[in-house]
Design a protein around this ligand. Structure first.
Ligand code: SF4
Ligand code: SF4
Length: 211
């Protein structure tokens, strides 16, 4: 495709007039911003935070029922749909007779997440949403970005900046604090493998275990 070049006039070819015109535009914006600051298009972030669009996919949260229990039934649809393999769930038996399972561990690695929203689409219980409006996710260690059940249930909005709530382990009755043992361990073969769910490498270990 041929793009025709515009024909320049004599004054455009010597550039001086155009440079002065450009400086005039810059000075106009400068003076307008100085004397009419309320109309400035810039935002004083982070003191001033613009609301995100309602359809924006921001940091996840887990929804709860009226009695405060998570809606999640640990059906594993969201980790199955997740293209980044960044959701890690360990299920346990639910205490209510009308549901089979509930999550004992529910973690999302926000550094791996591509914020595609597939997990929200896949959930049959409306248990996971991406509507917190939280887009500034800050941490100093990789582990800071692996959010667990407590944070996903109770860390609302921009509470991140006020400090992440302490994740309390939620073992089932008679269950150890650590994730389930490996098949090798159960069969008495190999050394005990200590899995630490806070580390991404442990996620790999969990995923590699064959049923
Ligand atoms: S938004 Fe996409 S990548 Fe992130 S946890 Fe959900 S399914 Fe996975
Ligand atoms: S798809 Fe929904 S109900 Fe199923 S494990 Fe994920 S959040 Fe829980």
């Amino acid at each position: 495709m041929k793009v025709p070049s515009p024909k320049l006039t004599f004054w455009e070819r010597i550039y001086v007039v155009e440079i002065i015109r450009g400086l005039g535009v810059t000075m106009g914006h400068l003076l307008k911003n100085l004397f009419r600051q309320s109309e400035m298009p810039t935002v004083q972030f982070p003191e001033e935070i613009k609301p995100v669009a309602t359809r924006h996919r921001s940091r996840h949260r887990l929804t709860v029922r009226e009695d405060g229990t998570p809606k999640c039934v640990a059906c594993m649809c969201c980790p199955t749909a997740c293209p980044a393999s960044c959701i890690h769930i360990i299920a346990q038996e639910a205490d209510a007779p009308w549901k089979e399972k509930k999550p004992r561990v529910f973690e999302i690695d926000l550094l791996r997440c591509v914020f595609c929203g597939f997990c929200v689409e896949a959930c049959p219980e409306d248990a996971i949403r991406m509507d917190t409006g939280e887009v500034t996710i800050v941490g100093t260690r990789r582990e800071d970005f692996i959010v667990g059940l407590d944070f996903l249930l109770h860390g609302e909005g921009n509470a991140w900046r006020e400090g992440r709530p302490e994740e309390k382990p939620q073992p089932g009755p008679g269950e150890p604090l650590l994730p389930p043992s490996t098949p090798e361990e159960e069969s008495g073969r190999g050394p005990r493998q200590v899995l630490r769910p806070k580390l991404p490498s442990a996620w790999e270990t969990v995923r590699e275990v064959k049923p």
